[in-house]
Design a protein around this ligand. Sequence first.
Ligand SMILES: *Cc1c(COP(=O)(O)O)cnc(C)c1O
Length: 451
Amino acid sequence: MKTIIEPFRIKVVEPIKLTTRAQREELLRQVAFNLFAIRAEDVLIDLLTDSGTGAMSSQQWAGMMRGDESYAGAISFYRFYDSVHHLTGFTHILPTHQGRASERILFSVVGGPGKVIPNNNHFDTTRANIEHSGAEAVDLVIEEGYQIRSNHPFKGNMDPAKLQALIERVGVERIPLCMITVTNNSGGGQPVSLQNIREIRNICHQHKIPFFLDACRFAENAFFIKKREPGMQDRTVASIVRDMFDLADGATISAKKDGLVNIGGVLLLRDEQLVRDARNNLILTEGFPTYGGLAGRDLEALAQGFQEVVDEGYLTYRIRSTEYLGEKLLAAGISIIEPPGGHAIYIDAKSFCDHLPAEQFPGQALSVGLYRHAGIRSVEIGSVMFGQNGKSAPMELVRLAIPRRVYTQSHIDYVVEAILELHQHRHELRGLRIIEEPPQLRHFTVKFEEL
Ligand SMILES: *Cc1c(COP(=O)(O)O)cnc(C)c1O
């Protein structure tokens, strides 16, 4: 059979409701065209993020009931530990409340003024935590990673020559570790090949630089390796995941992605001194090392989620449903970042709204248009998010992030239809002007008026 179906049936339903166009018009005015300020109940299909928005399985919910809420040494911690150890091979496993807490602990130990941390592309919270410590965050993704239409199978790869050049320029002493983000979220959810992970790790080890993964989407990345990397087709995703982690000296993970939970994170380490420092910081800021800012029931959900996510039936459906949305848009002549990434589709708003200059925020205009037309929430990743002081961003994108196991094919067909209709009337989309903005991270609270 050719059809790939959702590999689950539905046990609990959560109603969603379509508002009228007049209501959405009024809501948009009330929030000054900032979709972060819309109440979720006024959104029909919410593609704002795939982080913490997934649906848990019946086994995860069952685990929640047996959560052991003991302060120290809870049985739920040991189930969590065994699950993560089984998946990654690591023996030093610290739970945290989410990915950025793992990052904060790591960089408060190894960061600091004068230090430089390379990555393919740093995710915003990773960059912010590095910069907060006083260190510098450097992006070294291959050039194809910046080309919307390049069909390179591993656009998330780090450029080994760029890494060598950085090491020569700043010196080994200033690089406490090198990271690779899998999949490369800031670069369009694009995967990194196992060969690239190995090559970068070898360069790091030649210079005695620890090699870390930002492993939020480790399973989606491993599935792309299985599908696209020569010689990998007959391997299990779990064994590829294990290879990825075996190559790393540590990892930060937001379990809100491939942990298939609504809250949680992990910090994995090998170096004994680093473990001691990180554990002390964890106790000071997150909690005792057998719960790390989470409830026992959260650890149970995580233990189960990390097993379910490497199921190949799940991953086939997951990656195919994102690709399906991308293919439909491409077939209608809509420009997106190609090839479709693992967790999201990024529409090229510069081309969609070719009548709007960057100063009128084409991405925001498209995102507002999609909500007004069909009640769908997306997020602008362009000059609203990254442009400031009158400068515009290199790309004007609108991200449609797909929550895990939440929407069905007919929901996605509805999204496709809405975008296609909007595309036919795209020259009616109106530009925006900022009327009020905060000094930092302005996209969360900025206010606009329509031109
Ligand atoms: C989500 C994410 C983080 C941060 O995790 P939170 O759980 O949101 O704190 C870090 N890196 C990447 C690549 C992410 O996608």
